[in-house]
Design a protein around this ligand. Sequence first.
Ligand code: FE2
Length: 360
Amino acid sequence: MINDLDLEKLTDHDFAKLEEAVYTYQVVVIRNQSHLTPETQYKITKMFDPAMDTYGHGGMHRAKASVIARDLSPLPKVPQVQLLGNGLIKNYQGISEKLLVHPNHRVFHQTQLSTEEEAAGKTRFYRWHMDAALYRLNPPKVTSLFGFKNPGTRRQTLQYDDGSNSEIDVQLGTTAFISGQRAFEILSPELKDFCFRTKVQYAPHPYLWMSKARSRSTGLGMVSEGKELSVDELPPIDEKDIKIYPMLWKNPVTNKIHLQVHPSAVQDLITDGKRVGDLTKVREILWNIQRPSINPENVYAHEWKDGDLVIFHNRGVLHSVVGCLTPDDIRIFQQCNMASSDEPIPVTKEDFAPYATVKA
Ligand SMILES: [Fe+2]
């Protein structure tokens, strides 16, 4: 948490410190930035990866059926910065009027909270993810999220509804984060070894591919009902654009190991060159590996204040939208990230040696 920095007056020295903090602490909150312009948000976000200029999803997220098209719209003056939020927004950053809808589990989860539960202030994680196209483009290194205006101050109770009875008291419209480093460290030695040996193949056009499928009640991966779009139903696929990444990524500053998998977009797992080849099984394996990482004690649910700029290490954490908002709950946020010029850093045998159970 930084309380004494004006991002409009950021020096190179400040930026170097900020960059180090983001990779060290994964989520950095800079308070009191209500005056921040979208141009500055874009400029600072780009400083983390100066070579690229393309928004994290390129233009792919605008495909109508994509599960993210409904959540984001580019600002007219700075199209790399996306407006998101809830309610009827008027005269904001060159947009005369726009009705925003906070993503709600009802459009994505297989099961839903009842009307009574919602009225009683219950909510869920929407979708655990990193910000990434996961097809053609490499995942952004960081994302900046600017909370210009937050909705009312009432609290909600986040339910997991996965048989665990877990719940968390949260601010209305919080953003939840979990650390990929912790997700790795809490694994058993056997699962750490499995993750080290395993690569993830993401579905081509993943957000279209999953558009008819439904999520688990925790937002951590999908339920397997065979509803994924077939190759014929997707735009043309270029094999070289399909993304296969290791499950473990190395932090470029701390050299720590992060478990970094976007569960809902995964199509297959490849361990020592051998594919699982069965989507239901793939998802069960990932659920067992990732579910402990979202236990309440591992979740940081940010308590937003108007004017907070949050910068997070998008290759080192997963995050989720949270909250069931009504049309009267006005929320105005801006998000910015850039697809990266380079791939995530893989974990080498040397890096993994302290965790290796079978010595080479
Ligand atoms: Fe996101």
